[in-house]
Design a protein around this ligand. Structure first.
Ligand SMILES: *[C@@H]1O[C@H](CO)[C@@H](O)[C@H](O)[C@H]1NC(C)=O
Ligand SMILES: *[C@@H]1O[C@H](CO)[C@@H](O)[C@H](O)[C@H]1NC(C)=O
Ligand SMILES: *[C@@H]1O[C@H](CO)[C@@H](O)[C@H](O)[C@H]1NC(C)=O
Length: 447
């Protein structure tokens, strides 16, 4: 960029050059005008929707319905009465989907709902049946067991898990429901139902108790739920996650008082957390979890350097993954679903239901390889440990999960060992063993 500008300046005096410079300037002006026009049109088309006024209006409607007893949740009191939820700005609005930034008791959160109005969600059939049956004593008739049953069904449906199998996920959740032997009010059930109709909520809620590698749901009010605010990684930054965003936040960082972690020390720690996440998603749930859209923007890190999957729209459990992959095909190319690929069986013209690559392979290819590439490491790239790491990452990126499990495990282990070694080398082995900070438990739906 600078060089071309200098070149242009140098030839300013020459006649031939003058015309091309003029052309460049004109072209630049034209594209500037065009882009501005686009932004202007875009703003005018969508400004009605992602504005502070509109957001506040939506929240006011939520609170009005809370006061009428239509909906409820553990966030409602703070949002509508105590004024402990401070609205910051609108982040996104499209087709009713509303995402806002806010601060809850000083903690930055994201408030989300797939539809802006509570009434737009389907009502719980159980409640309507009661209405039809009439009778003021209706509320007592809803046994917690019914709720477990319906909620489990809804969860299985939405996550694409076949019914009838031995499922640990909803079972865990259902267990809590049962233990907590109490009846649920209409508002509670209606709110729960609105939340369960949002795939992201269901997904995150089910995984909350099982892993700390997904965004935490901190609370809810009606159809809106609050998720911890984390800054996403970015592809254009060589560090992917910027340290400044972590250190600028107001609450004390876990390493304060200890050694200062620089961006370079941070990388192997975050990479290690990526590996832990992969292991978790593959083995620790009743079905493996496939991430089909792996890029820096879909992950974030917490202050303790845990990697968190923040966009789970493209995450699928094994049964749903099989459904998605099993398509008609004429070549292997037809069997690619973003980062999840399988092979085309040419005799049947069907894609294999089993995913051919793995989360680990894609993370190595798309995140680790650019991250640990010699050009980005600079002077450090020649160090023996770094060279070994680059080799391991390369090997990992080329794994075909069709081949034996032993090799995959060996590659993963090698990566892990190298990263640990790197951390010890960098920091002289201090500041380890930080416990995760106590989690705030989301109570409204913590049956
Ligand atoms: C939500 O409700 C408000 C007020 O009842 C209404 O004006 C608006 O059109 C509704 N929005 C949607 C998407 O249904
Ligand atoms: C379901 O899993 C639990 C715990 O893993 C086990 O005890 C139980 O026998 C299993 N039930 C069936 C039907 O497979
Ligand atoms: C896939 O192939 C089967 C049999 O070859 C055919 O019956 C079916 O309609 C095809 N499905 C699609 C979506 O093309």
């Amino acid at each position: 960029m600078r060089r071309s500008l200098r070149g242009a300046l140098r030839c300013l005096g020459v006649k031939v050059c003058r015309r091309s410079v003029l052309l460049v300037v004109l072209l630049w002006l034209a594209s500037w005008l065009f882009l501005n026009g686009l932004v202007f049109v875009h703003r005018n088309m969508f400004s009605d929707f992602c504005t502070d006024d509109k957001s506040k209006e939506i929240l006011q409607r939520v609170c009005a319905e809370y006061q009428q007893g239509v909906l409820t949740g553990d966030l409602c009191e703070d949002l509508c009465v105590a004024g402990r939820v401070e609205y910051k700005r609108c982040l996104y609005y499209e087709n009713g989907k509303k995402v806002m930034a806010a601060s809850w008791r000083g903690v930055p959160v994201v408030l989300k709902s797939k539809l802006e109005n509570f009434s737009s969600y389907e009502a719980l059939a159980l409640l309507e049946y009661q209405d039809a049956a009439g009778g003021p004593g209706g509320e007592e008739e809803l046994s917690p067991l019914d709720v477990v049953f319906y909620a489990t069904l809804e969860i299985k449906n939405s996550l694409g898990l076949e019914t009838g199998t031995n499922l640990t996920l909803p079972r865990l959740w259902g267990q809590k429901l049962k233990e907590n032997e109490r009846t649920y009010s209409r508002a509670e059930l209606a709110s729960l139902w609105a939340l369960l109709q949002q795939e992201e909520y269901t997904f995150l809620r089910v995984l909350q108790d099982l892993t700390h590698h997904v965004a935490k749901i901190l609370g809810s009010c009606g159809h809106f739920y609050a998720v911890e605010y984390l800054a996403a990684g970015h592809a254009w930054d060589q560090h992917i996650f910027s340290l400044e965003e972590l250190t600028l936040s107001p609450s004390p960082s876990p390493w304060s008082g200890q050694e200062k972690i620089t961006a370079r020390d941070m990388v192997p720690r975050v990479a290690l957390s990526f590996l832990e996440m992969v292991e978790h998603f593959e083995n620790d749930f009743s079905h493996s979890l496939h991430l089909c859209d792996i890029k820096p923007e879909n992950f974030a890190i917490r202050k303790d350097l845990t990697v968190v999957a923040i966009d789970v729209d493209m995450a699928f459990f094994e049964p749903k993954m099989r459904d998605i992959l099993e398509q008609n095909c004429t070549s292997d190319n037809d069997c690619n679903f973003f980062d999840c690929i399988s092979k085309c069986d040419k005799t049947k013209n069907r894609c294999g239901p089993k995913r051919k690559n793995s989360n680990l392979q894609v993370i190595c290819e798309k995140i680790f390889r650019p991250w640990f590439s010699p050009t980005l490491l600079g002077a450090k790239a020649g160090l023996p440990l770094q060279v070994e790491l680059q080799r391991a990452v390369q090997e990992c990126a080329e794994i075909d999960s069709g081949e034996d499990v032993k090799r995959t495990r060996a590659v993963r282990k090698q990566l892990q060992d190298l990263l640990v070694e790197l951390i010890q080398e960098d920091s002289g082995n201090q500041g380890e063993g930080q416990e995760h900070k106590m989690r705030r438990v989301h109570t409204a739906l913590n049956f």
